[in-house]
Write a protein that binds this ligand. Sequence first.
Ligand code: PEP
Ligand code: MN
Length: 264
Amino acid sequence: MDLKDLDNSWIKEFPTPLIIAGPCSAESEAQMLETAQRLKESGAEVPIFRAGIWKPRTKPFGFEGVGVIGLNWLKKVKDEFGFKTATEVANAHHVYAALEADVDILWIGARSTVNPFTVQEIAVALKGTNKPVLVKNPVNPDLALWIGALERLLGQDVKNLGVIHRGFSSYQKTKYRNVPNWQIALDFKNQYPNIPMFVDPSHICGRRDLLKDITQEAFNVGYEGAMIESHPNPDAAWSDASQQITPEVLADMLGSLQIRNSDI
Ligand code: PEP
Ligand code: MN
């Protein structure tokens, strides 16, 4: 089977564009439940709640995620507020723990997509799962590596796939944290229009004021969804503080976007 033969039926159970939102990192049960409650109350249409519990930080000795206890908090978010849940997995142990805790959607982070050994290990651990798996672009602008990661998953019969465009790192200072390099994402989209594509404006922008324009640009070219970081008190967040927005600001932003009718 080829990536081109996949259908995108998993995303059809959700409204499109499909919004995934929640904090960069799970910090405490209270922070998770407050985020979930305020997302609900904000009226934002967010079917999927994200939170990183194992955090790939550039430097050691900082906050590296709460670990498995965060899986209990994701479960509470699901049970108490009815969200589907999503988290990042970066090795086979993460996969087994996340599957065991019935996390609904898993994603592979940009620092893992670059490493074929890591992707292969994750793919084997996920073998045959029906859960959607979203693959972020690699940190470096390499389309083949991105596609290769999806092929490794498909090679293990993981067929409910999607991709997340989170921008590419660059040594040059730009206004973005990770330059969008739209052409790479669009080349992917043209080659595989059947694979749902999400924009991650939070990690592209690195700052709040640019989020809306990047999200709008992605929807203008037919992206199927967005993953956006939202925290109850963004300035106090333990990771990625400057790019997170409150649930209420997120709801306003989503309400102000032009959404074209989806053709998927
Ligand atoms: C994240 O989503 O919090 C994250 C670590 O993202 P990325 O892999 O895109 O850097
Ligand atoms: Mn983050």
